[in-house]
Design a protein around this ligand. Structure first.
Ligand code: SF4
Length: 449
């Protein structure tokens, strides 16, 4: 049955997805929107994109700049500071930054002075928060930091770390050009624990070349020894026509669909047996973790970084290609460093494209986000929130759930649609039923398994 449902589909870090953003919503539209919208002092989430990487990982599909020239980072930080000033004009200083995330690329490409400068500049332009409930996180490439960096990050105010592990098997690491042995990661974890980071997250990938259930078991055994608070397991999408670095991967080394299913089973069985809670899609957390609590109390949300708690209703992005999400608007920055810098130098926000959500987009987004974050929704309650009769407005979509119900992916109880434990594995497929934008873009997405 899993094979039946293994089709290309979005990961729904937003709805509509970034593929639907258009250049008719440009920097002037974004600036007008920010200037004219009703004032707010609500908490705010910030995302900062650092696009540089020292080496290329062959599987990577991110927007990044591969360079060993560290001076590029200084130039980048100069522009980032100017972008902060341009954006901060539209942000009430009473808005507390409750969530901050540095992603990439490799944020730890910055040296200690660069990271210190970046956090200082953020504090100059925005109201950073030192409350214990804040969630300040940074993505770490273990090859670029030492235990001293971990201490510095704590001192800068981070309380969450996300480590890109991918796989611990040496042959797999060689096949994807990312060699970082267990002996490199272990001291970083010890340092992070001794500095009392609130949450440490690992990213793993399944479906990489040379992976087998045997190598995956060994990787998971090492992961469990290090005992991260959260684990994200992403499916590798082999799309060499879209991502040129993937052409360095030998196609014959990539596990086929059946082998990939075996890897996924191994991951789920091992992590659930070890006591992790399967939050949904690709996320596992320890029972006491705030994401597990958010799942329980219905406050889990999904944003461009994956699952998160709901500390802030809006997200503003800084840096090349960064995406902002403010209620009814998505807006993405220019994607090349030169274009992004030139726009900022001209004194304009570096936005390139975006989307203003229609009432239909908002309704479908609500349904899709409830499916992903709460594993179900109430037809009447959701409809009344949007002033529509959902049985009529999304009648054909609800009818298309019947075969999925017959396959045991979901259950309809009165006005409630509930995703079953089996359905959790295929929740992307259930969401796709409600995606009005999907058909023409389908082949550009990864497969759901
Ligand atoms: S996976 Fe991360 S470190 Fe590797 S090339 Fe992509 S962005 Fe850079």
């Amino acid at each position: 049955m899993l094979q039946k449902y293994d089709v290309p589909g979005p990961r729904y870090t937003s709805y509509p997805t970034a593929l639907q953003f258009t250049e008719s919503f440009d920097d002037r539209a974004w600036e007008t929107y920010l200037r004219e919208r009703p004032p707010t002092v609500a908490p705010l989430s910030l995302y900062v994109h650092i696009p540089f990487c020292r080496d290329i990982c062959y599987y990577c599909g991110c927007n990044k700049i591969v360079t060993r020239d560290v001076s590029r980072a200084d130039r980048y930080l100069d522009s980032l500071t100017r972008e902060m000033a341009l954006l901060a004009r539209h942000v009430d200083r009473r808005r507390r930054i409750t969530q901050l995330h540095w992603g990439g690329g490799t944020p730890s490409f910055l040296d200690n002075a660069g990271m210190t400068r970046l956090m200082h500049d953020l504090a100059v332009h925005f109201s950073l928060n030192d409350a214990p409930q804040r969630e300040y996180s940074i993505e770490i490439d273990p090859r670029t930091v030492d235990v001293g960096t971990i201490a510095l990050l704590k001192g800068l105010g981070f309380n969450r770390l996300s480590l890109g592990i991918q796989d611990f098997d040496p042959a797999v690491q060689r096949a994807v050009n990312r060699e970082q042995p267990f002996s490199m990661v272990e001291p970083l974890m010890s340092a992070a624990r001794s500095h009392r980071f609130d949450s440490i997250s690992f990213d793993l990938i399944y479906g990489l070349p040379r992976q087998s259930t045997g190598t995956m078991r060994e990787t998971l055994e090492k992961v469990l020894r290090l005992s991260p608070d959260r684990i994200s397991c992403y499916s590798y999408a082999h799309l060499p026509r879209q991502f040129s670095s993937q052409r360095s991967i030998d196609r014959l080394d990539v596990p086929d669909a059946e082998a990939k299913l075996g890897l996924l089973h191994t991951i789920i069985d091992t992590l659930v047996d070890a006591g992790y809670v399967y939050v949904g899609m690709d996320h596992f957390v320890k029972p006491g973790n705030e994401l597990a609590k958010a799942l329980e109390d219905g406050t889990l949300q999904r944003n461009f970084q994956g699952y998160s708690t709901h500390l802030a209703p809006e997200l503003l992005g800084l840096g090349v290609s960064a995406i902002s999400s403010t209620g009814d608007v998505y807006c993405q920055n220019l994607k090349t460093q030169d274009a992004w810098e030139a726009r900022i130098a001209a004194g304009r926000l570096p936005a390139q494209r975006g989307l203003v959500l229609s009432a239909d987009d908002r309704l479908r987004r609500d349904v899709i986000m409830q499916l992903i974050c709460r594993m179900g929704f109430d037809i009447e309650e959701t409809g009344s929130r949007h002033g529509v009769d959902l049985e009529q407005t999304l009648g054909s979509e609800l009818a298309r759930l019947a075969p999925m119900e017959a396959d045991g992916l979901l259950q309809r109880r009165g006005t409630r649609i509930e995703v079953t434990p089996t359905g959790r594995l295929l929740v992307r497929n259930i969401c796709m039923v409600f995606d009005a934008w999907l058909a023409p873009e389908r082949e550009r997405f990864s497969r759901t398994i």
